[in-house]
Design a protein around this ligand. Structure first.
Ligand SMILES: [Zn+2]
Length: 250
């Protein structure tokens, strides 16, 4: 069954009243939910960073281990070459083995250099972990405090909010989709969350611009949905009794 304009406006106004109550609850919570979300994001970011540093350290420790093995092998070879040098038959053989020893000595030096570099990097990463851990602990403490605060505020209004949400859903069901869409759009763009307003003392209840008497009369008639020409809000009705029309004119 198609609703009359008056019924549609009444339904919209009811929805607006519920939404305004919900807005009020959200206002009390203020920026807390967003602050909690930001802190949670920060914490996740720091934890990822620490995880990455730990992975880096592990890779560096493996590199150190690898280079220690390289050193061990080179030292073994040098020992063997030195034994061989005792039994050479000529200078040429002696020089050839000396070259091999020199090569393995260089291998050891290079491995030492790599070990030192990796150890240096590990110390840096550990410093970074310490700093990040400090920031992480701070954020965690912040988050705990904010969550408690939010829980307390939410706890107080949770029941009421749940009830209002239920009411909102069933009220929205009474309103045709196209109208609901424009209602939501107007509400999204309005700072005060008002999409449906009354004309109060001759002015729009949303933007306070004057509504001319003839337009007020049209709004009262409810033959069509009339929106404020300044802010686009839907007029539900005009508050108070109509002023008597000036006599002797029109
Ligand atoms: Zn307006």
């Amino acid at each position: 069954m198609e609703l009359t304009i008056a019924q549609k406006l009444e339904a919209l106004l009811k929805l607006q009243t519920i939404d305004s109550q919900l807005d009020e609850i959200k206002k009390i919570r203020g920026d807390l939910p967003e602050e909690v979300r930001d802190l949670e994001d920060d914490i996740a970011g720091f934890e990822t960073r620490i995880g990455k540093f730990n992975n880096d350290i592990q890779a560096l420790e493996e590199e150190i281990e690898r280079n220690k093995n390289v050193k061990k092998d080179a030292e073994k070879l040098i020992g063997r070459y030195k034994d061989q040098q005792m039994n050479v038959r000529n200078n040429r053989e002696y020089d050839a083995i000396s070259k091999e020893i020199e090569l393995q000595t260089l291998e050891i030096e290079l491995a030492d250099k790599k070990i030192n570099e990796a150890a240096f990097k590990i110390r840096n990463k550990q410093e970074e972990i310490k700093a990040t851990q400090g920031a992480l602990d701070e954020r965690k403490a912040d988050l705990k405090a904010k969550m408690q605060e939010l829980d307390q505020i939410t706890g107080e209004s949770q029941e009421e909010e749940k009830e209002l949400m239920g009411k909102r859903d069933s009220q929205a069901d009474h309103i045709e989709e196209r109208l609901l869409k424009s209602y939501n759009k107007i509400r999204d763009n309005a700072i005060n969350g008002l999409a449906v307003v009354m004309v109060k003392r001759g002015a729009c209840g949303g933007c306070f611009n004057v509504v001319p008497p003839q337009r007020q009369a049209d709004i009262r008639d409810k033959k069509k949905i009339i929106v404020c020409e300044h802010c686009g809000r839907i007029f539900a009705d005009v508050e108070g009794v109509p002023e008597p029309a000036p006599t002797g004119r029109r």
